[in-house]
Write a protein of this length. Structure first.
Length: 381
């Protein structure tokens, strides 16, 4: 990992511009920081695949990023990390201490590894390495996947030379003084995902050709709400289709219903299963939406409500709904019966599924990973 072909695609403030291929000198090293969820990890891995230099990762000791990054063949360095909150909490005091400890640990790692640039993929664990990079005089770039920037990005962009965003509208959410730093790149998607094989995916699951396949994903950590809804309607749903359901490690319950497969986390074979899916039920994390768009998958989205988030998933889902790529169901209004009716009607409407698939594909343009890698290589050159 980190030794793949560099992109010959454009670098600069115009995503459509092109320049000759940039080649990093062998001495160049790139640090990548981020974690907390797979959505902060997979896009960073996608960028690492496009770089012509040594890459290492800084993340939290207890997050999902450690295993995902090591599995991708990227050296991983763990630091203490504290959660960033917009509300009053007694835990803010201890977490501030952990953030400071994370900065100190990051400084030590950066001085030892001597990267030419740090690329932040977001999440609260990315803040200490970004601050440490500024203290060490190392240039930083950061990327925001969501429609509107999260708190970590709002902090990081103060210390970064550039902020990459997935949607043109995101630039308007940035403080005016930082908007000139913005570059619209899209959200990076791993090359392996596009190499999935639908027939192989169906074979893995034991799903016969011609049987509609519905994939249910509640994010890398799972969703209690989606898990409960789908498990209750599974017996009725399998009368129309085959269902594979990623539930998350903590939420996993083995299935006893034929035609309904549950998994804690779909690792190996995910690309094949996603490629085989005729319809996907999901939360509305930005990385998941970008991956589904890249594969042209129709979606039924149940975003996290504002009671459990800052509302970013609602805005992500609205963007895909406006484009005609997804149907959006609000969690507080969704019942088992309404979800079952929605899925059954879509499964029977082949024309609408085809239209939604085409609209989803239209939201995935160019090669964001190559674009970002080109910008990184150009800055180091």
């Amino acid at each position: 990992m980190g030794t793949g072909q560099a992109s010959s695609k454009a670098v600069g403030t115009d995503a459509s511009a092109t320049v000759s291929s940039a080649t990093a000198a062998p001495a160049h090293v790139v640090a990548i920081a981020g974690g907390g969820t797979a959505g902060h990890v997979f896009p960073g891995i996608a960028v690492a695949e496009q770089l012509h230099c040594r890459v290492f990762w800084i993340g939290s000791a207890g997050g999902v990023e450690g295993k995902l990054v090591r599995d991708a063949g990227i050296p991983f360095h763990a630091i203490p990390a504290g959660k960033l909150r917009r509300y009053l909490s007694a835990r803010n005091i201890t977490d501030i201490v952990r953030v400071l400890a994370g900065v100190i640990a990051s400084v030590r790692i950066l001085r030892r590894e001597r990267p030419s640039l740090l690329f932040s993929k977001g999440g609260f664990v990315s803040v200490p390495p970004v601050v440490a990079a500024r203290l060490c005089g190392i240039p930083c770039f950061t990327h925001e996947s969501d429609f509107d920037p999260g708190l970590a990005t709002r902090i990081n962009l103060r210390f970064c030379e550039r902020v990459f965003v997935s949607f043109p509208e995101t630039v308007g959410f940035l403080p005016t003084v930082y908007q000139e730093k913005a570059v619209v790149t899209g959200n990076p998607v791993r090359a392996a995902l596009r190499a999935g094989d639908a027939a192989r995916g169906r074979s893995r699951l034991g799903c016969d050709p011609g049987v509609p396949l519905v994939l249910v994903m509640g994010g890398s950590l799972g969703s209690s709400f989606i898990n409960s809804m789908v498990s209750h309607i599974a017996a009725g749903l399998v009368q129309k289709c085959f269902v594979v359901h990623q539930m998350g490690e903590k939420e996993f319950v083995p299935s006893r219903t034929p035609g309904y497969i549950t998994m804690a986390f779909i690792g190996e074979g995910l690309a094949d299963i996603m490629m085989a899916a005729d319809l996907v039920v999901s939360r509305a994390g930005a990385n998941t939406l970008s991956e589904l768009a890249a594969l042209g998958k129709p979606m039924v989205l149940i975003p996290l409500p504002t009671t459990g988030s800052r509302g970013d998933q609602l805005r992500n889902a609205e963007a895909f709904s406006r484009a005609g790529a997804a149907m959006v169901l609000k969690e507080e209004e969704t019942t088992t019966q309404s979800l079952l009716s929605t899925l059954e009607s879509l499964i029977d409407d082949h024309q609408r599924l085809s239209q939604m698939a085409a609209r989803a594909s239209s939201m995935s343009k160019g090669s964001p990973a190559s674009h970002i890698a080109g910008l990184i290589l150009e800055r180091m050159a």
